[in-house]
Design a protein around this ligand. Structure first.
Ligand SMILES: N[C@@H](CCC(=O)N[C@@H](CS)C(=O)NCC(=O)O)C(=O)O
Length: 202
């Protein structure tokens, strides 16, 4: 199998963490690419996004959730998504929330790159509200001993680190405002799979 990913993509990071947690490295050829400039990406994924997993029969799987579910299915003992539907829905909900937060972070970064008069301040404010409402939701759910590498936890860790990666200049002090979440993250982030997949710019 072949994975196309990028170092700054939280969706790619989820998949890379899953690959390490499931010890699947030997089966997957890892390809770091730049999605904006890669010539064939649109042939692999009509949405022209990473991550994409190309299977040995040349089928392409895209969308990180689909890829993670597929990888999890390679070994029935894997519990990244629990078998019981009620438990699985909790994980899928956390994953959907974390993935949804990426759009708000990206919107703020994109607007702030514009010169001030062209910035959409309403959109920036709305995006900050979404980020804080999401963090408050997670603050209720997280405590330090919830350290299983489930997909909900992996996705949450990816978005929390993405906040730190994008808001490095004091725009957001989420660790002070959401202490349960911060205490949980301090432990989760030392997993080797987190350390080996750190974000970096192109
Ligand atoms: N829902 C998709 C979202 C993937 C996505 O938005 N990927 C971004 C990178 S974070 C991308 O490749 N964007 C295209 C580009 O940068 O040109 C998933 O979960 O895989």
């Amino acid at each position: 199998m072949k994975l196309y990913y990028s170092h700054y993509s939280p969706f790619s990071r989820k998949v890379r963490i899953v690959i390490e947690e499931l010890a699947l490295h030997a089966n997957i050829d890892m390809n770091q690419i730049h999605p904006e400039t890669h010539r064939n990406l649109i042939q692999l994924n009509p949405l022209a996004d990473v991550p994409v997993l190309v299977l040995d029969d040349q089928r392409s799987l895209f969308d990180s959730l689909v890829i993670c579910k597929y990888l999890n299915s390679l070994n029935p003992a894997n519990q990244l998504y629990p078998n019981a539907l009620a438990d699985q829905i909790i994980q899928l909900q956390l994953e959907a929330l974390a993935d949804g937060m990426v759009a708000s972070v990206d919107r703020i970064v994109y607007e702030n790159e514009k010169i001030e008069i062209h910035r959409d301040q309403k959109l920036i404010e709305k995006s900050w509200k979404i980020i804080h409402a999401s963090l408050a939701f997670l603050e209720e759910k997280y405590h330090e001993n919830n350290q299983i590498p489930s997909l909900g936890n992996i996705a949450t860790a990816c978005i929390l680190d993405y906040l730190g990666f994008n808001f490095r200049n004091g725009e957001l002090d989420w660790k002070a405002q959401y202490p349960n979440l911060a205490a949980w993250f301090e432990i989760f982030k030392i997993r080797p799979s987190m350390k080996h997949t750190k974000y970096h710019a192109i």
